[in-house]
Design a protein. Structure first.
Length: 222
């Protein structure tokens, strides 16, 4: 169970964020899993098939259901590089505040400071969520070569995983060990977002990164 939650943390942290003021709104992604390890395959019914990303010029909010009354929300402050992880595990609500260094430690893909390299494929296009997307092959250290489809009709993304891409990623894969997660946008809606979406709600116990790790160890058997 703990590996399942950590995998979703990595997905959320790796998701792109919009750095420019020209877009504010909600992007809905579908999630498709391949090559699940045995311990996670047994929990396949719990795997979420959708993820919602809400974006402003300075913050992002990624929400996922974990099934069985559990949910996870990751909020990232783009300018500060800090974030908050909200976990609701069958009624136990925790808010883990993370510094920039702690966020980077949680990014399992970050094996070095080497930036990803992109090879742009001429003529390979498809429409995703109503946007024309072009294809690129991204080489990420520790993950090999991955396909990515991006659009130039949305502001370019700013993320550790796809830093330097010439557009906004609407479809890509994430490698977590033997498991591959295909992330595809299904809807893009430009709208004004409530500031409260990016705040810690009432009823959540605030804790540090270390306190959260100890709590997860106790709840999930270490």
């Amino acid at each position: 169970m703990k590996k399942l939650i950590i995998a979703f943390m990595a997905v959320a942290i790796a998701l792109p964020t919009l750095a420019q003021k020209s877009f504010e709104g909600t992007i809905t992604f579908s999630l498709d899993y391949k090559d699940l390890p045995a311990e996670m395959a047994a929990m396949s019914a719990m795997l979420p098939d959708e993820m919602t990303t809400q974006v402003t010029s300075t913050k992002t909010r990624i929400e996922q259901s974990l099934g069985m009354g559990m949910s996870q929300v990751t909020i990232v402050d783009i300018k500060k590089g800090s974030g908050v992880l909200l976990m609701d595990l069958m009624g136990k609500k925790m808010a883990m505040e993370m510094t920039k260094d702690e966020l980077e430690k949680m990014d399992k893909k970050k094996t070095s400071e080497k930036k990803p390299e992109f090879k742009y494929v001429d003529g390979a296009t498809k429409t995703i969520a109503g946007y024309k997307c072009e294809k690129a092959i991204v080489s990420v250290e520790g993950a090999g070569e991955l396909e990515i489809y991006y659009t130039k009709d949305l502001p370019a993304g700013a993320s550790k995983q796809f830093e330097g891409l010439e557009g906004f990623p609407l479809e890509y894969t994430i490698k977590q060990g033997p498991m591959t997660i295909l992330v595809s946008a299904t809807d893009v809606k430009q709208e004004k977002l409530d500031k409260k979406l990016f705040e810690i709600p009432e009823g959540y116990d605030k804790m540090t990164f270390e306190e959260f790790q100890k709590s997860m160890g106790g709840m999930m058997g270490g």
